[in-house]
Write a protein that binds this ligand. Sequence first.
Ligand code: NCD
Length: 332
Amino acid sequence: MATNTSWTRRHIISLADFSAIEYDIVLQTANSFREVLSRKVKKVPALQGQVVANLFFEPSTRTRSSFELAAKRLSADTLNFAASTSSLTKGETILDTAKTYLAMGTNLMVIRHRDAGVPGAIATEMDRLDARVGVLNAGDGQHEHPSQALLDLFTICLLLDPDRPRLDLLADKKIAIVGDILHSRVARSNIWSLTAATGAELHLAGPPTLLPKLFAPMGDGRPGKLFLHWELEPALEGADFVMTLRLQKERMTQHLLPSLREYHNLFGITRDRLQLCQPDVKVLHPGPVNRGVEISSDLMDDPHLSLISQQVTSGVAVRMALLYLMGGGKNA
Ligand code: NCD
């Protein structure tokens, strides 16, 4: 097990200020847990006695289940909360909900909310109360989704070197993120992680309505390079990895697209379009997928090209690593 003595971060809200050392600690620790998950008994006592509360104020399948399984495999006690059946419906505030979980002895809070800033606000309140609770952002509005970006990074680095996944493997790689960048917290977190290695190239592609220029300054001062394209082809040319994103219809407040069919024709990822990429290109998607819109259905199901199920599998190991590091776990 990688040593976690150099881990000092209590909360994980954003990857904007993540250091190369932190990425490497997460990748190494996740790889150790990947080994644990390949054993017959897939459980370690690392967080025994600790309470992990999953506070999901917005719908989720994979992220919530993945955090729950990760916490259970670390032997933590888990509390699951769903907004629709909670006291929020009686007018309780989110901060009061968090304080209720704190009073039950929660050590780690995994928080998803439809508004940007909620996990950060709860983390600030926990620190103000000197509660020593770690808060992990599981997706806040259009802001960030750090654990998704870290599992994407782990999936990519694991493919490049299964024995030693590490950040500098991205050094000569071209990665494209295609689609609804504007509404995507996954893209915003991935912009930080995929430009964290010197020599890495990250190319964003989407229609101007879904990829405004305001993303360009995110590349300023990063070790890797960030490019924006309003056409698909230059992003795909020679790419090693292509990440496509769900069109987030629920977050679209204006008519930003003429039609889904036109979107698919211009930016949908298909087998044919991948001809522009490296011969061994792989495709990622954070899920959930609109089949036939951002990615063709047959491509999504092709195990030689699609890393989608590896992303889900990697997600458990990465979330075990994050909970372990934040919880100061021992004896893993
Ligand atoms: C993403 C999310 O909720 O931000 N899904 C996920 O966590 N795997 C992306 C999305 O909703 O499209």
